[in-house]
Design a protein around this ligand. Structure first.
Ligand code: UD1
Length: 369
C-alpha cells in the first residue's frame, strides 16, 4: 500500500507525527512518503517541529509559501498534482483544516485517488472562518473520515455521510502530547523567562477575525494589558499577528526586557517549549483550535477568544470557556478564572495516546489484498 502523507502548516506536524510512527511499524505493508506543501516555511513555524517531534524530513517540499487563499490553494494543487501523477499513491492522508488539507484533497480526488481525513467532522458553523470552508470541502470528498469525538460523528451523519465512512479513533494531537509530556516537563524555560509555575498565563492569537481589524485587535490588547497587571502573560507571537501589530502601530502594548513581565512577546516557540509553558500555566488564553484540546487534557483552564468553537467537547468535558473577542467579556472571564477555583477537566473518550495506531490498523484492514 503506497501512502502520501500531507503536512503544510504548524498545527499539522503534531497530528502527522504519530501517524508516521505507527506506519513505521509495518514496513512490509506500508510504503509512505511525506509531502510538505511549504504553506509554513519559517524555521520556527515548521522545521523546529520536525526536530522536536522526531519526524523524518519531508521527502518533497512543494515550497508554495504565503499568498492569498486562492493563490496558495491553487499553487498547492498544481504542484501536488505533479507528485500524484509521478508517485501514483493508493491513498493520500490529510490532517486538520488548513489550506493544504483542502487543496491536496481536491487534487487527489480528481485523479481518482482515495483520501483519508484525520480530524474529520469538526464544525464551527461559522463560514467566515477559512478553516470551516476547508473542513466542509475536505469531508464531503474524503473516502475515510477519522474523527476525534461524538460531536464530529453526529455532524457527519447529519450531513448525510454514510456511517461506514466514519471511524471514531480519538485524537492524534493528544497522542503527541502524551508522548512528549515527560520530556517537556524537564525543560527549564520557565526559569529562563523568570516565571513560576501556576503564576503566569500563556497566550496565542492569530485568527484573521481577531488580528486583521485594528479596532478588534486593539480592544483585545487593552483587555490583555489589564489582565497582565494581575499575572504575566507570555505571548509567542505568530508571524501574521506580528505583521498586523506593526502595521497598526500597536507595538507599544508589549513590554520589553529579557524576562517575562506584563504582556510579554517572544518569537514562536518550539513544540516542547510551548508544551512546557502550557502545562505549568495558571491560565491559557487562545484563539487556536488545538490548544483548546491540549488544555483539556492538561487540565489547565482555557479561555478561547472566539465566538464559537468547532471543538465543543472541550467545553463539555474540558476546561474551555468561549469568551469572544470583546474587551469586557475577556476581562470578566479572566477575573473569574484567576480568582475562583475551576473544576478539573475530564478527558474525552479515546483521547488516550492510541489514535494513530487505530488509524493505521483500520487502513491496513481496508487495503488488505
Ligand atoms: C494557518 C491556517 C490556520 C492555522 C494556522 C496555524 C489556513 C487557512 N490557515 O493560518 O488554520 O490555525 O495556520 O499557524 O490554512 N507567515 C510567515 N511565515 C510562515 C507562515 C506564515 O511569516 O512560515 C505569515 C505570512 O505573512 C502569511 C501569514 O503569516 O501571509 C499567514 O499565513 P497563512 O499560512 O496564510 O495562514 P496562517 O494565519 O498561518
Amino acid at each position: 500500500m503506497k501512502v502520501i502523507n500531507i503536512v503544510g502548516a504548524r498545527p499539522n506536524f503534531m497530528k502527522m507525527a504519530p501517524i508516521i510512527e505507527a506506519m513505521n511499524q509495518f514496513p512490509d505493508q506500508i510504503d509512505h512518503l511525506l509531502i510538505h506543501t511549504g504553506q509554513h516555511y519559517d524555521e520556527k513555524m515548521s522545521q523546529s517541529f520536525f526536530v522536536d517531534l522526531g519526524m523524518p524530513k519531508p521527502d518533497i517540499n512543494l515550497e508554495v509559501g504565503s499568498a492569498s487563499h486562492a493563490e496558495q490553494t491553487a499553487r498547492i494543487m498544481v504542484e501536488f498534482e505533479k507528485v500524484c501523477l509521478r508517485e501514483k499513491p493508493d491513498l493520500v492522508i490529510v490532517v486538520g483544516d488548513v489550506n493544504s488539507t483542502m487543496a491536496c484533497t481536491i487534487t487527489a480526488k480528481k485523479l481518482g485517488i482515495k483520501v483519508a481525513h484525520v480530524e474529520a467532522g469538526l464544525r464551527s458553523r461559522d463560514m467566515s472562518m477559512p478553516e470551516e470552508i476547508n473542513r466542509l470541502c475536505t469531508d464531503v470528498l474524503c473516502d475515510y473520515l477519522f474523527t476525534t469525538d461524538h460531536f464530529a460523528n453526529e455532524n457527519l451523519r447529519a450531513e448525510g455521510v454514510p456511517g461506514e465512512k466514519i471511524y471514531f479513533v480519538g485524537n492524534v494531537m493528544i497522542d503527541t502530547l502524551l508522548k512528549h509530556k515527560q520530556m517537556a516537563s524537564q525543560l527549564n524555560l520557565m526559569q529562563q523567562f523568570g516565571l513560576k509555575a501556576q503564576n503566569y498565563a500563556t497566550l496565542t492569537m492569530h485568527r484573521p477575525g481577531n488580528v486583521d481589524d485594528k479596532g478588534t485587535l486593539q480592544g483585545i490588547l487593552e483587555a490583555l494589558t489589564e489582565i497582565a497587571q494581575q499575572i504575566p502573560i507570555v505571548f509567542p507571537i505568530h508571524p501574521r499577528t506580528k505583521k498586523m501589530v506593526e502595521n497598526f502601530g500597536l507595538s507599544h502594548f508589549f513590554a520589553g526586557g529579557q524576562r517575562a513581565e506584563g504582556l510579554w512577546i517572544t518569537e514562536p516557540l518550539g513544540y516542547l517549549e510551548f508544551l512546557h509553558l502550557n502545562m505549568n500555566a495558571r491560565l491559557v488564553l487562545t484563539d487556536s483550535g488545538g490548544l483548546q484540546e491540549e488544555t483539556t487534557v492538561l487540565g489547565v483552564p482555557c479561555m478561547t477568544m472566539r465566538p464559537n468553537t468547532e471543538r465543543p467537547i472541550t467545553c463539555e468535558v474540558g476546561t474551555n470557556v468561549m469568551v469572544g473577542n470583546c474587551k469586557e467579556k475577556i476581562l470578566f472571564q479572566a477575573n473569574r478564572l484567576l480568582n475562583e477555583t475551576v473544576d478539573t477537566a475530564g478527558v474525552p473518550e479515546k483521547w488516550d495516546g492510541k489514535a494513530a495506531e487505530r488509524i493505521v490498523d483500520i487502513l491496513l484492514s481496508l487495503f488488505e489484498t
